[in-house]
Design a protein around this ligand. Structure first.
Ligand code: BQZ
Ligand code: CA
Length: 695
């Protein structure tokens, strides 16, 4: 508290200040109800067993052209390429039933591949590439269509699990006999390499940032045998962590390929060399996913061909996927919308609101090549402030003084009241789409409670009064408030704002925030970076404020729960441990941490609802993040595809690339295109130049 009080001239003043300020500012209120915007169609809710099961079938099939590889002796027969009990997708849950083989889904993405070492921390360019390549212990994307009272992550690489009597251990059974796309067996060694040498090696930051605390402080994992692993938790039956075992945070890599490059096993390698050992040019990287990268042309395209060892089938025994090829054109996110609407691309998550009216207009024409379907308001943005005042990101004196301000509630309230959120939303798109978003859990989601949500509405006069009385004055009369004399030499308050230039929406909102802070006497300076650089900077703590898009924990609470508060040194995006490994939590943050831990420790829904009401009140009353705007996303998919689930949201537990279950998507024979770039080819050996033909 001492350091904190000095920031604004002594504890006494601070206390007085708050009382005076309380009179000046408009009373906090609850947010206005979002304008009605009915998602166009609701999903058909089912049970988990209605979607899939694991069992042996009497016979298996493959595309005819793949059998040529078998007769040419380049592949074992399909039955030997499948596990004892493959995953079987139930026909009744397939919107258009059993599919046929052939055709391609053409994605367009704005990211660029750094390389194929996903668990070593490399991005493949997003937009569904990593989601497709990296199969995980459990799966949550498709949960949007699972009944609330049966909600539990879907089995995936872990086909079943059971809890011990005392609830502290979870025994998981891995799928038996599944193989990587190069034919090498998948087993517990892959899981343990990920856990021991990537999650638990402090020199490695897996992509999507899994840390040991993501699975609970003190949690351990051990191999029982090739197909059995055992978790031990401090909590009793924390079913929550099954969600963390899904995409993003528990998707093992091929240990037979990666381990030889890891410094623990190859002392000639640095950690940097490990992370970068498989550049984008390295083709045919073994995956557990349905398609394998076989062609990469920089700034042009990544082409993927079906994985002949994929371990999932339909009820007729047809090995999946139905689609033989996936493409990722390396362009921009905005171009993804344009190409999907125009029909030169096949898929987009419409998420940049500036393009909504045009996309709606084009898709409304009867001849439009793609179907556009809006979901609920799960897309949105916050202003994050960096709370770490003990070294995360090694700030200079100016940066440190900003963090001291960030940690001051009156400062955050003033920023919130200087924001005209309606104008920010309207600056993106007019109409019923955007809604004022105060921060915290999203309106319209299952744990949201309006009465628990505190909103500090636009009131620039009250905002200025608050900063005046908090002692943040413009001491040199140039219109910019100055730090207190003993902070950063009493210089003008200058705050950098991190935003992602891959998205027009991110930078438009950032410009809006910069403009709206000027009347508050704060100079906010654009720190705009391309996607990878932005993500790396956010991860490293080298930032003051950041414009950030929604994340799953704000939408569902149960996914990425540990990110809701700094429950561990690196679990939260905007408050991480300093150089001494400790977290300098503010009192209210400790309350949030306690609430998150209590939520995880109980499976009683009524209790959970109460905990989240308390959490939401603490979170929003303290303006933990400064919400900006929230709005619905729309899924745009070319009309030739079948088996697209009704009401699939572009984002909920995960993105639509996971939610629609692409391995079940197909194109009816009479609608098949000739868009495949490498027809009748399969992936080659790891590291070889490209796809191979049967002879
Ligand atoms: C969806 C998504 C699939 C990452 C990424 C990108 C990265 C973030 C985020 C989204 C893209 C698309 O989002 O915008 O619609 O296809 O890929 O992963 O924003 O910069 O780090 O979290 O998912
Ligand atoms: Ca000044």
């Amino acid at each position: 508290m001492r350091k904190h009080a000095i920031a604004l001239g002594g504890a006494g003043l601070l206390l007085g200040v708050s009382l005076i300020a309380a009179m000046a500012q408009s009373a906090p209120t609850t947010p206005p109800d979002p304008p009605q915007f009915a998602a166009q169609s609701a999903p058909i809710l089912v049970g988990i067993k209605d979607i899939l099961e694991f069992k042996a079938l009497p016979e298996y099939h493959e595309p005819e052209w793949v059998t040529k590889f078998v007769t040419a002796g380049k592949l074992p027969p399909v039955a030997e390429r499948l596990p004892k009990e493959p995953m079987v997708y139930k026909t009744a849950n397939m919107p258009d039933g059993i599919g046929v083989y052939g055709d391609v889904m053409r994605h367009v993405i704005g990211g660029r591949p750094e390389g194929w070492n996903y668990i070593g921390g490399q991005s493949q360019g997003w937009g569904g590439i990593d989601i497709g390549l990296s199969e995980c212990l459990t799966r949550t994307g498709p949960l949007f269509e699972v009944k609330a009272d049966e909600l539990e992550p879907l089995p995936n690489l872990a086909k079943s699990w059971e809890w011990s009597e005392d609830g502290h251990t979870l025994t998981m059974h891995l799928i038996e006999g599944a193989k990587w796309s190069d034919g090498v067996a998948f087993n517990a060694d892959d899981v343990m390499f990920y856990w021991n040498d990537n999650v638990n090696d402090p020199n490695v930051t897996p992509l999507n940032g899994a840390t040991p605390e993501t699975f609970g402080v003190g949690t351990t994992l051990e191999k029982v045998d090739d197909y059995t692993i055992k978790w031990t938790f401090k909590e009793v039956k924390p079913t929550q962590y099954l969600y963390a075992m899904a995409y993003g945070t528990f998707c093992p890599g091929p240990a037979h390929i990666l381990k030889p490059q890891h410094p623990k096993y190859n002392t000639a390698n640095t950690y940097d060399q490990y992370k970068n050992a498989f550049p984008p040019e390295f083709m045919n990287m073994p995956v557990m996913g349905a398609w394998v990268p076989v062609e990469y042309r920089p700034d042009d395209i990544i082409v993927m061909r079906r994985n002949p060892y994929y371990w999932k089938v339909d009820e007729n025994g047809n090995q999946l996927p139905y689609l033989d090829e996936l493409e990722y054109r390396l362009s921009t996110w905005a171009d993804r919308d344009v190409q999907a609407v125009a029909g030169s691309g096949d898929f987009s998550n419409l998420e940049q609101a500036e393009g909504y009216v045009e996309a709606l207009k084009r898709s409304a024409e009867p001849t439009a090549p793609a179907r556009l379907q809006f979901g609920a308001r799960t897309i949105g943005y916050v202003l994050q402030v960096n709370y770490s005042a003990n070294g995360w990101g090694e700030p200079d004196t100016r940066g440190q003084a900003v963090r001291e301000l960030n940690r001051n509630l009156d400062f955050r309230k003033a920023v919130s009241m200087a924001l005209d959120r309606q104008r920010l939303g309207d600056s993106l798109v007019r109409g019923p789409f955007t809604a004022i978003y105060p921060g915290g859990l999203y309106a319209g989601t299952s744990f949201y409670d309006k009465a628990s949500t505190v909103y500090y509405p636009y009131d620039i006069a009250a905002a200025n009064a608050l900063l005046d009385s908090a002692g943040l004055k413009d001491t040199d009369g140039d219109g910019i408030r100055n730090f207190p004399a003993d902070q950063a030499g009493g210089a003008n308050v200058e705050i950098t704002l991190l935003a992602n230039t891959d998205y027009g929406t991110d930078t438009n909102l950032a410009e809006g925030v910069i403009a709206q802070m000027a009347p508050l006497g704060l100079r906010v300076i654009a720190n705009f970076q391309t996607g990878t650089a932005r993500d790396d900077m956010a991860e490293s703590g080298k930032w003051d404020w950041a414009v950030a898009r929604q994340t799953a924990e704000i939408v569902t609470v149960v996914q990425s729960t540990s990110a809701l508060a700094p429950v561990g040194p690196r679990t939260n995006a905007f408050h991480r441990a300093g150089t001494d490994g400790t977290l300098d939590l503010l009192p209210f943050e400790q309350d949030l941490v306690n609430d998150v831990n209590s939520f995880i420790a109980t499976s009683d829904n009524a209790e959970r609802t109460e905990i989240m009401k308390r959490f939401q009140h603490t979170y929003t009353d303290n303006v933990y993040t400064i919400g900006l705007t929230q709005y619905p996303g729309a899924l745009i998919i070319n009309k030739r595809f079948s088996n697209i689930p009704v009401g699939a949201p572009i984002f909920q537990f995960n993105w639509a690339e996971d939610n629609i279950i692409r391995e079940r998507v197909y194109v009816a024979a009479d609608k098949q295109s000739t868009n495949e770039l490498f027809p009748d080819t399969l992936p080659g050996a790891p590291g070889s130049a490209g796809p191979i033909t049967a002879n």
